[in-house]
Design a protein around this ligand. Structure first.
Ligand code: CTP
Length: 392
């Protein structure tokens, strides 16, 4: 897939720069044409000669060198590039790109580049998690720049944490996915619900739950990557909806039901990842309840079971539910699958899933196929679920 592609590889001053030798060598083996741009600091970590030998190309290290031919080099290279990969990317280069700074060849090239840009950060965990860096990453993601997350493991500074450059093979797979996206769900419309609904008691209090919305948002992101047209109906979360996903914000179970029912007839697939409250206060006080008058009992009504209603109404749609359980995981999930007339249910133990970035789920189909997935990031879990949905 990558044969004859023009890949520009930007290397910056991180200890992980030595891994760019392996990356270059693998890319060349796949038949790509690799042109390398090194920042000054990168040349302290690995020699341009090593990379020139491996890439079989001249390595660009100095903006002010006399050009070998008299094209404006950063522009001519930008015209040719199919993708710009920056690996490893330091906090410094990410900050400079986010600020639009162009003070060396690589940063100048970024501004001239119309090809997709993929950034693979590598640094100490404290730097990676620093809100300034995270804001810069968010800003660049919103501008359509792709990121491949660093991995968790032993770091060069002796600490353990997130910050290791992503595995070379993973980087190559992501390049392939960007250049030739596989879009098996193209033409399909998916409705995804996410987050935990909030059922008001008075103007400031509500009954809620600990759902973070991360699973539903990851599903929306992956479904979109698979080519689907995604509508996300979200109860309150702290998350930014994925760029390009139409998102409708709701608060209560009843509002979620109204929005879901409006869209349901037009979609092919529904994934109900929201933690919908099962009860709501019978009466919502219009004024704040004072502690002196707090009633000893708050009476509750049952909320509508949205998914069960869809199960009754469904025509050709595929329905996917979640089962949040604290005991008898599989047995309870199977009952929900049947009672709500679902095609697939994702059983998750609330102890390992709620609020976390990782989860361990079991996927059960209508035909009784049970597949236990390992502990994975929610994004990877979302990928496995969407693949299962695709196979249905
Ligand atoms: N669900 C829904 N509407 C509700 C409650 C749940 O659409 N009022 C959906 C959830 O989005 C999930 C599935 O039904 O996909 C199962 O939700 P879960 O909370 O695990 O179970 P409940 O059906 O609420 O049953 P219980 O709380 O008794 O386990």
């Amino acid at each position: 897939m990558l044969k004859d592609k023009n890949i520009v590889l930007g290397i910056t001053g991180s200890i992980a720069a030595y891994k760019s030798a392996e990356l270059t060598s693998q890319l060349v083996k796949l038949g790509t044409n690799v042109t390398i741009i090194m920042t000054n600091s990168a040349t302290h970590f690995i020699s341009p000669l090593t990379l020139a030998t491996l890439s079989k190309n001249k390595v660009i290290t100095d903006f002010f060198e006399t050009p070998s031919n008299f094209e404006v080099e950063h522009i001519s290279l930008a015209d040719k590039a199919d993708i710009l990969l920056i690996a490893p990317a330091t906090a410094n280069i990410i900050g400079k790109i986010a600020a639009g700074i162009a003070d060396d060849f690589l940063t100048t090239f970024v501004l001239a580049c119309r090809a997709p840009i993929l950034i693979a950060p590598a640094m100490n965990e404290r730097m990676y998690l620093n809100p300034i860096l995270q804001e810069n990453i968010k800003k660049l993601k919103n501008r359509g720049i792709y990121f491949i997350e660093p991995e968790v493991g032993n770091l060069a500074c002796g600490e353990k944490g997130i910050g290791r450059l992503a595995d070379v093979h993973k980087i190559i797979v992501v390049i392939g996915a960007i250049l030739e996206p596989v879009t098996p769900l193209k033409g399909k419309k998916i409705l995804i619900t996410a987050g935990g609904t909030q059922e008001p008691i008075d103007p400031i209090r509500y009954i809620g739950n600990r759902s973070s919305g991360k699973m539903g948002y990851a599903l929306a992101e992956v479904a979109q990557e698979f080519g689907a047209e995604v509508t996300l109906i979200s109860a309150p979360t702290q998350l930014e909806p994925p760029v390009g996903v139409q998102t409708i914000f709701v608060e209560t179970a009843s509002q979620m039901r109204d929005e879901v029912l409006k869209i349901f007839p037009c979609v092919d697939i529904v994934i109900s990842a929201a933690a919908v409250a099962d009860f709501s206060p019978k009466e919502i006080k219009s004024q704040k309840i004072k502690k002196t008058t707090l009633p000893p009992v708050i009476e509750l009504n049952k909320t509508p079971d949205i998914l069960a209603e869809l199960g009754q109404k469904k025509q050709a749609q595929i329905l996917v539910g979640f089962a949040a359980e604290s005991e008898n995981l599989i047995a309870n999930a199977k009952v929900k699958l049947k009672e709500k007339n679902l095609d697939l249910i994702v059983a998750n133990d609330i102890k390992t899933a709620f609020g976390k970035d990782t989860t361990q789920v079991t996927v059960i189909t209508r035909d009784g196929e049970v597949e236990e997935l390992p502990l994975l990031s929610k994004k990877e879990t979302a990928r496995q679920i969407i693949k299962k949905v695709e196979s249905l």
